[in-house]
Design a binder for this molecule. Structure first.
Ligand code: THU
Length: 157
Protein backbone atom coordinates (compact mmCIF):
# COMPACT_ATOMS: atom_id res chain seq x y z
CA UNK A 1 0.00 0.00 0.00
CA UNK A 2 1.18 3.47 -0.80
CA UNK A 3 -0.43 6.46 0.78
CA UNK A 4 -1.07 9.22 -1.75
CA UNK A 5 -2.02 12.84 -1.31
CA UNK A 6 -3.96 15.34 -3.37
CA UNK A 7 -2.85 18.91 -2.88
CA UNK A 8 -4.99 21.84 -3.97
CA UNK A 9 -3.85 25.44 -3.98
CA UNK A 10 -6.07 28.46 -4.46
CA UNK A 11 -5.97 32.20 -4.08
CA UNK A 12 -7.72 34.15 -1.35
CA UNK A 13 -8.58 37.82 -1.73
CA UNK A 14 -9.94 40.12 0.96
CA UNK A 15 -11.96 42.20 -1.48
CA UNK A 16 -12.63 42.50 -5.25
CA UNK A 17 -10.27 45.50 -5.47
CA UNK A 18 -7.32 43.12 -4.92
CA UNK A 19 -8.26 41.09 -7.98
CA UNK A 20 -7.36 41.38 -11.66
CA UNK A 21 -9.76 43.75 -13.46
CA UNK A 22 -11.46 40.94 -15.43
CA UNK A 23 -12.00 38.90 -12.25
CA UNK A 24 -13.29 41.95 -10.42
CA UNK A 25 -15.76 42.56 -13.22
CA UNK A 26 -16.97 38.96 -13.06
CA UNK A 27 -17.41 39.24 -9.28
CA UNK A 28 -19.63 42.33 -9.76
CA UNK A 29 -21.65 40.52 -12.43
CA UNK A 30 -22.23 37.50 -10.17
CA UNK A 31 -23.34 39.74 -7.32
CA UNK A 32 -25.75 41.63 -9.57
CA UNK A 33 -27.00 38.31 -10.94
CA UNK A 34 -28.36 37.46 -7.47
CA UNK A 35 -31.20 39.88 -8.30
CA UNK A 36 -32.47 37.34 -10.81
CA UNK A 37 -32.98 34.62 -8.21
CA UNK A 38 -36.42 33.13 -7.73
CA UNK A 39 -36.11 31.42 -4.35
CA UNK A 40 -39.46 31.52 -2.52
CA UNK A 41 -38.66 28.29 -0.66
CA UNK A 42 -35.04 28.55 0.50
CA UNK A 43 -34.84 32.37 0.36
CA UNK A 44 -31.19 31.77 -0.53
CA UNK A 45 -30.35 33.85 -3.59
CA UNK A 46 -27.45 32.75 -5.77
CA UNK A 47 -25.97 34.57 -8.75
CA UNK A 48 -23.43 33.26 -11.25
CA UNK A 49 -21.56 34.87 -14.12
CA UNK A 50 -19.66 33.07 -16.87
CA UNK A 51 -16.94 34.73 -18.95
CA UNK A 52 -16.79 33.41 -22.50
CA UNK A 53 -13.77 33.35 -24.82
CA UNK A 54 -15.43 36.02 -26.99
CA UNK A 55 -15.51 38.42 -24.04
CA UNK A 56 -19.23 38.07 -23.39
CA UNK A 57 -20.49 37.51 -19.86
CA UNK A 58 -23.57 35.37 -19.30
CA UNK A 59 -25.44 35.55 -16.00
CA UNK A 60 -27.63 33.06 -14.18
CA UNK A 61 -29.55 32.88 -10.91
CA UNK A 62 -31.16 30.04 -9.00
CA UNK A 63 -34.76 29.21 -9.92
CA UNK A 64 -36.91 27.21 -7.52
CA UNK A 65 -40.16 25.37 -8.15
CA UNK A 66 -42.94 23.86 -6.05
CA UNK A 67 -42.03 20.52 -7.65
CA UNK A 68 -38.60 20.64 -6.04
CA UNK A 69 -36.42 18.74 -8.51
CA UNK A 70 -37.62 21.08 -11.25
CA UNK A 71 -35.59 24.00 -9.93
CA UNK A 72 -32.03 24.76 -10.95
CA UNK A 73 -28.91 26.25 -9.38
CA UNK A 74 -27.51 29.58 -10.51
CA UNK A 75 -24.32 28.06 -11.90
CA UNK A 76 -26.09 25.60 -14.17
CA UNK A 77 -28.63 28.24 -15.22
CA UNK A 78 -25.68 30.43 -16.29
CA UNK A 79 -23.65 27.66 -17.96
CA UNK A 80 -26.60 26.20 -19.88
CA UNK A 81 -27.60 29.67 -21.07
CA UNK A 82 -23.98 30.38 -22.05
CA UNK A 83 -23.66 27.13 -23.98
CA UNK A 84 -26.99 27.64 -25.72
CA UNK A 85 -26.12 31.22 -26.67
CA UNK A 86 -22.46 30.66 -27.67
CA UNK A 87 -22.13 26.92 -28.44
CA UNK A 88 -18.71 27.30 -30.10
CA UNK A 89 -17.08 29.47 -27.45
CA UNK A 90 -15.17 28.39 -24.37
CA UNK A 91 -16.17 29.20 -20.79
CA UNK A 92 -13.01 30.70 -19.29
CA UNK A 93 -14.25 31.55 -15.83
CA UNK A 94 -17.29 31.39 -13.56
CA UNK A 95 -18.01 33.48 -10.46
CA UNK A 96 -20.59 32.59 -7.81
CA UNK A 97 -22.22 34.74 -5.11
CA UNK A 98 -24.97 33.82 -2.68
CA UNK A 99 -26.75 34.79 0.48
CA UNK A 100 -30.07 34.80 2.31
CA UNK A 101 -32.42 37.25 0.54
CA UNK A 102 -29.48 38.26 -1.65
CA UNK A 103 -27.39 39.53 1.25
CA UNK A 104 -23.93 38.20 0.53
CA UNK A 105 -22.80 35.62 3.08
CA UNK A 106 -19.57 36.13 5.02
CA UNK A 107 -17.95 32.94 3.71
CA UNK A 108 -17.57 32.23 -0.03
CA UNK A 109 -20.54 30.59 -1.74
CA UNK A 110 -19.35 27.13 -2.82
CA UNK A 111 -20.98 25.28 -5.75
CA UNK A 112 -22.83 22.01 -5.29
CA UNK A 113 -21.52 18.73 -6.68
CA UNK A 114 -23.89 18.64 -9.65
CA UNK A 115 -22.76 22.12 -10.76
CA UNK A 116 -19.11 21.10 -10.39
CA UNK A 117 -19.73 18.11 -12.64
CA UNK A 118 -21.31 20.35 -15.29
CA UNK A 119 -18.37 22.76 -15.04
CA UNK A 120 -16.03 19.80 -15.50
CA UNK A 121 -17.71 18.75 -18.71
CA UNK A 122 -17.70 22.20 -20.31
CA UNK A 123 -14.04 22.54 -19.32
CA UNK A 124 -13.24 19.16 -20.92
CA UNK A 125 -15.22 20.15 -24.05
CA UNK A 126 -13.24 23.36 -24.46
CA UNK A 127 -9.84 21.92 -23.54
CA UNK A 128 -9.04 25.12 -21.63
CA UNK A 129 -9.01 25.61 -17.86
CA UNK A 130 -12.14 27.22 -16.42
CA UNK A 131 -11.32 29.20 -13.30
CA UNK A 132 -13.86 29.25 -10.47
CA UNK A 133 -14.36 32.27 -8.22
CA UNK A 134 -16.36 31.89 -5.00
CA UNK A 135 -17.49 35.10 -3.37
CA UNK A 136 -18.07 35.95 0.28
CA UNK A 137 -18.17 39.33 2.00
CA UNK A 138 -15.11 38.56 4.13
CA UNK A 139 -13.06 36.72 1.50
CA UNK A 140 -13.07 35.60 -2.12
CA UNK A 141 -11.51 32.39 -3.36
CA UNK A 142 -10.18 31.74 -6.85
CA UNK A 143 -9.42 28.23 -8.10
CA UNK A 144 -7.36 27.90 -11.28
CA UNK A 145 -9.47 25.17 -12.84
CA UNK A 146 -12.39 22.85 -12.15
CA UNK A 147 -10.06 19.94 -11.30
CA UNK A 148 -9.13 21.86 -8.17
CA UNK A 149 -12.69 21.76 -6.84
CA UNK A 150 -13.55 18.31 -8.21
CA UNK A 151 -10.51 16.05 -7.91
CA UNK A 152 -10.67 12.69 -9.70
CA UNK A 153 -13.32 14.02 -12.07
CA UNK A 154 -15.51 11.53 -13.89
CA UNK A 155 -14.79 11.95 -17.59
CA UNK A 156 -15.39 8.44 -18.83
CA UNK A 157 -17.40 9.39 -21.89
N1 THU B 1 -28.03 26.75 -5.07
C1 THU B 1 -27.38 27.27 -6.15
O1 THU B 1 -27.95 28.07 -6.90
N2 THU B 1 -26.10 26.88 -6.37
C2 THU B 1 -25.43 25.98 -5.62
O2 THU B 1 -24.31 25.61 -5.95
C3 THU B 1 -26.04 25.42 -4.42
C4 THU B 1 -27.43 25.83 -4.14
C5 THU B 1 -29.42 27.14 -4.85
C6 THU B 1 -30.40 26.02 -5.01
C7 THU B 1 -31.55 26.49 -4.16
O3 THU B 1 -32.37 27.33 -4.94
C8 THU B 1 -30.88 27.32 -3.08
O4 THU B 1 -29.58 27.60 -3.54
C9 THU B 1 -30.82 26.64 -1.73
O5 THU B 1 -30.22 25.41 -1.81
Amino acid sequence: MTEKEIKISYEEYRCPEEMLPEDRELVCEAMEAMNGAYAPYSRYHVGAAVRMSNGQIVRGANQENAAFPSGLCAERTAMFAASARYPDKEMLSIAIAGGVYGRLGKEPCTPCGACRQVMAQYQAKSGKPMSVIMIGSSRIWKFRCVDDILPLIFDGI
